[in-house]
Design a protein around this ligand. Structure first.
Ligand SMILES: *[C@@H]1O[C@H](CO)[C@@H](O)[C@H](O)[C@H]1NC(C)=O
Ligand SMILES: *[C@@H]1O[C@H](CO)[C@@H](O)[C@H](O)[C@H]1NC(C)=O
Ligand SMILES: *[C@@H]1O[C@H](CO)[C@@H](O)[C@H](O)[C@H]1NC(C)=O
Ligand SMILES: *[C@@H]1O[C@H](CO)[C@@H](O)[C@H](O)[C@H]1NC(C)=O
Length: 889
């Protein structure tokens, strides 16, 4: 095999419909076990994800451990054991963690840092062959009751077959479990594999597919386990609907009454009908509004405001939701044709005026609930466009008894703004993914707020018995949800704690609840799988989240700073990784840990290992897999390949963000595309396309048939075709066939018979061209080539080209990952080079491990010939000659 490639893997990997690279494969990672365990006690979940992995290959390589974290969870511990050396994490203030980390690195110690993110935890460790690595991640979150259920989800993506794959969810609810169900999105073959055992207050859910059950298909080695495992349950409630629990000096009060009749409501729907709503978004909004309007009852009052640069009212005043009015309103909505700009300020002010007028005219029942529901998909462009001013304007006119709910469709909207303005006005915000089920998302959100049961709720505790109580006054209580208040007990010799809940509904309510201060702890201590610290952590969890919300509304920098201090202190005490704290991960066995970092992966000849980085990265951009992200000497970075009858697929690997980006170039046979053009080193690498033998869908598929590597400085050109390899130096012209292995000292060219050619220029730039043969007389296919570039290539700063422009890794951000039209392919928005580009999560085939079937590799796919991702249009990379350099793009 060859040793032309760098030690540390490759920055760029490119493949043009390659088939397989058995010869350069060579890595292997065995996942021995993958276990997820969640302990839920009184709605608070502590989840542990553990995995044991072995580098069973012959080379040092990086092993990754990536876990998707639920949105509202805080990571609170991470440990890793590498060949007997343990690394443990501890949460510190961000700046402290950063300094300690820098110091550790400066002293040559192995250390890592875990930062806050919303969705993905990932880590990577570079280890020698035979190494065993054990990962253990802990995170905590509070289950929020919605529409009558608590939902606990676990993302299961072990990436490959695992001998020991197991999910255990233990639930302990002191008042009893009403029902518990489990489901998953893993596919039909898994539907019967979940076992639930369930007593009055305990439940245990086990999911443990065998190796065989994990297989995607018979006799193959791909795992079908890739999806979400979900447990849903609800708890029993006493007639007074209050539940007070005390544990380890902390208390938690739950309140979720159900047998109340809904209060009537006054709703103004404010709907964005600007041009950007045109199409699917409007269609889905119309569909959702039909159902929402049908759901209104005769006691409700409503109107609709639709706005673009203008603001129109379906009806200037609130009207009773009679069937005639509802039908009129439905017709009105259906007739809307989106166009124009976005004047959110004016629309919201009109909505508030409408409620004020109704209130002043005595139309509004004092026991009813008044709300504005804003649906928008973009930032304001007309009228007042300064977000903070809009927020102030709305807050100024809103009354205490009105609230604002905002729904952001898609990703052009500034969701933080929608959230702030809703929070500022006693409402909540929700993001709606602009896809096929947007209408369902809108309806689900509406159903969460459509049945207000209580108003102005307050939960009181005896003053001298408690302190540090979380928010205990609430504007509304909606059917199916739950109000939670937590706090600390003051030291005393009380044996019981009482609470009093007051609220107004169709009559005024006073509800008393009482709890034994020591009873629960003695029960918990006898239950093996309960989470004993739940009340303490839950109090901290609620407090930190409240402070985060308070901080985002704080008017002055000073106030923000003080809140930040409080968040940091709490997060450190309770070990939560938040936006203001980070986790430092350090080795304990001093000698061993130092050895780990001393042999960095840049120096993998010494065959040891190092911790690369621990990054709890925001936002989500990587699917958890064990695919090695860096490989050792003589191997290639992961390449992504679809089937052999596709157009050239570019796969560009970005090591810093650990992302693979793919795009296709859909050009014509004969065209010469520039891949690398570097006037600084005088190197240009171009590829000429050939077409398949037959048209498909009126189109010829193209592949690279010729690759040219030209060094102007040395006057050397290597032209690799599928039939022969030409080498030109000055007037010398040599031609070689693919039929024999050869080493040429012309700057260093190596040919491996029928496999690949590698060309190294000046020891600085290395390229591998792979030959893909199809069988002779194939009716459609032609032979073609794939190209691989080493990440160690040293280009000048002037390098450009379809691949060369990414030598300096640009900042990549992928956010707003959501379900796409195809449920298997997530969609998201990527920000790169100042452009927002729609990307689709696809998996492409990597044929290196399995020449026939390949294995799935994830990448973010950019549509339209890489538009927005590459500089300019792909046509600017079409060159006249195989040895041309790119002129300015
Ligand atoms: C983190 O986990 C490790 C291993 O289980 C444990 O020793 C350590 O005490 C934990 N740290 C915290 C802060 O809980
Ligand atoms: C799987 O392998 C077994 C034994 O090698 C063979 O009998 C069976 O036909 C194979 N099944 C498929 C679908 O290839
Ligand atoms: C808890 O309350 C006490 C007494 O009011 C106060 O001194 C302390 O700062 C509070 N702690 C937190 C974390 O809010
Ligand atoms: C090199 O030789 C081959 C065949 O012998 C010929 O096709 C090609 O044009 C020659 N190239 C140059 C630059 O002379």
């Amino acid at each position: 095999s060859t040793t032309i490639l760098g030690d540390t893997g490759l920055i760029y990997v490119m493949c043009f419909v390659c088939v397989c690279m058995q010869a350069i494969q060579g890595n292997d990672i065995t996942v021995k076990s993958y276990k997820v365990e969640s302990r839920i006690t009184s709605r608070f979940a502590h989840t542990t994800v553990k995995s044991s992995v072995v580098n069973s290959g012959h080379n040092a390589q990086s092993i990754g451990f990536n876990v998707e974290i639920p949105k509202r969870a805080f990571i609170n511990n991470f440990t890793m054991n590498v060949n007997g050396i343990t690394f443990t994490g501890s949460v510190k203030e961000k700046s402290v963690a950063r300094n300690l980390y820098a110091q550790a690195r400066a002293r040559g110690k192995a250390a890592g840092i875990v930062r806050y993110s919303m969705e993905t935890f990932r880590t990577e460790v570079h280890v020698p062959p035979g190494s065993k690595v054990e990962f253990e991640l802990h995170y905590q979150e509070m289950m929020q009751r919605k529409l009558g259920v608590y939902q606990h989800t676990v993302h299961l993506q072990p990436g490959r077959l695992v001998p020991l794959l197991q999910v255990d969810v233990y639930i302990f609810e002191p008042k009893g479990i009403k029902f518990v169900t489990a489901s998953n999105t893993l596919g039909e073959q898994f539907s019967d594999l979940t076992k639930i055992t369930h007593t009055k207050e305990k439940a245990h859910i086990v999911f443990k597919p065998t190796l065989q059950q994990q297989c995607k298909c018979e006799n193959c080695t791909e795992s079908a386990v890739d999806g979400v495992f979900t447990v849903k349950y609800d708890v029993e409630r006493e007639s007074n609907a209050g539940e007070l629990q005390v544990s380890e000096g902390h208390f938690v009060q739950f309140f979720a009454p159900s047998d109340l009749s809904p209060l009537s409501k006054n709703i103004v729907f404010v709907i964005d009908v600007s041009g950007s709503m045109w199409g699917l978004k409007m269609k889905q909004t119309v569909e959702a509004m039909q159902a929402i309007l049908d759901d209104l009852s005769m006691d409700d009052y409503f109107s609709i405001i639709d706005f673009n640069h203008n603001v129109r009212c379906w009806n200037e005043d609130l009207v009773q939701a009679s069937s005639i009015q509802v039908n009129e309103a439905k017709k009105y909505i259906q007739s809307i044709k989106p166009n124009g700009g976005t004047n959110i300020n004016e629309a919201l002010l009109r909505a508030v005026q409408m409620l004020l007028r109704a209130s002043n005219q005595g139309l509004i029942d004092p026991r009813s609930v008044s709300m504005i529901i804003l649906v928008s998909d973009g930032d304001p462009t007309v009228g007042e466009i300064k977000l903070s001013t809009i927020q102030k304007n709305v807050k100024r006119v809103m009354r205490e008894e009105f609230s604002l709910y905002s729904l952001g469709i898609g990703f052009d909207v500034d969701f933080d703004f929608l959230e702030r303005i809703a929070m500022d006005n006693r409402g909540i915000a929700q993001r709606i993914y602009a896809n096929h089920d947007a209408a369902d998302q809108l309806k689900t959100f509406y159903s969460q707020v459509s049945s207000p049961l209580l108003r102005t709720i307050a939960i009181h505790f005896p003053e001298n018995a408690v302190n540090n109580v979380t928010q205990n006054r609430f504007d509304k209580f909606f059917h199916g949800s739950e109000l939670i208040v937590a706090g600390k007990l003051q030291p005393s010799d009380l044996t019981t704690l009482q609470s009093l809940t007051t609220a107004s509904a169709n009559m005024d309510l006073n509800i008393q609840t009482e709890a034994d201060i020591h009873g629960l702890d003695s029960v918990l201590s006898t239950h093996q799988h309960s989470f004993t610290g739940f009340a303490r952590q839950m109090w901290a969890y609620i407090t930190v989240n409240q402070l985060l919300a308070e901080r985002s509304l704080a008017p002055t920098a000073n106030k923000k700073r003080r809140i930040t201090q409080r968040i940091m202190a709490l997060a450190v005490e309770h070990q939560f990784v938040t936006p203001f704290t980070a986790m430092l991960v350090e080795g304990h066995d001093q000698g061993g840990a130092e050895r780990l970092i001393a042999d960095s992966p840049r120096d993998s000849k010494h065959g040891c290992c190092s911790m690369q980085q621990l990054l709890y990265a925001k936002p989500q951009w990587i699917q958890p897999t064990y695919a090695p992200t860096q490989e050792a000497t003589g191997t290639l970075e992961s390449t992504i390949i679809t089937s052999v009858d596709n157009d050239p697929h570019f796969i560009i690997h970005f090591p810093k963000s650990n992302m693979d980006i793919c795009f296709n170039i859909d050009s014509k046979p004969g065209h010469i595309l520039n891949l690398i053009s570097d006037p600084g080193t005088g190197v240009t690498i171009n590829g000429q396309l050939v077409g398949s033998k037959k048209m498909k869908n009126n189109k010829i598929d193209t592949y690279f048939g010729t690759i040219s590597i030209y060094s102007k400085t040395h006057g050397v050109q290597v032209i690799v075709g599928t039939n022969r390899i030409d080498l030109m130096e000055g007037r010398n012209n040599h031609s070689f066939s693919w039929g024999a292995t050869a080493e040429l000292v012309l700057d260093r060219v190596t040919i491996v018979k029928e496999e690949h050619v590698t060309v190294t220029i000046d020891g600085k730039i290395s390229v591998m061209v792979l030959l893909h043969r199809v069988w002779k007389k194939h009716p459609v296919q032609v032979d073609f080539l794939g190209v691989y570039m080493s990440s160690d290539n040293k280009y000048s700063t002037r390098v450009h080209g379809l691949i060369g422009q990414f030598a300096q890794e640009p900042e990549l951000k992928v956010y707003g990952v959501h379900e796409g039209a195809d449920p298997k392919k997530k969609e998201a928005t990527m920000v790169v080079k100042g452009n927002k580009v729609a990307v689709t999560r696809g998996w492409q085939k990597d044929y290196r491990r399995d020449k026939k079937r390949g294995s799935d590799v994830y990448c973010w796919f950019i549509h339209n010939n890489g538009k927005g991702f590459i500089d300019g249009s792909y046509t600017s990379y079409i060159l006249p000659q195989l040895d041309s350099f790119l002129t300015a793009i």
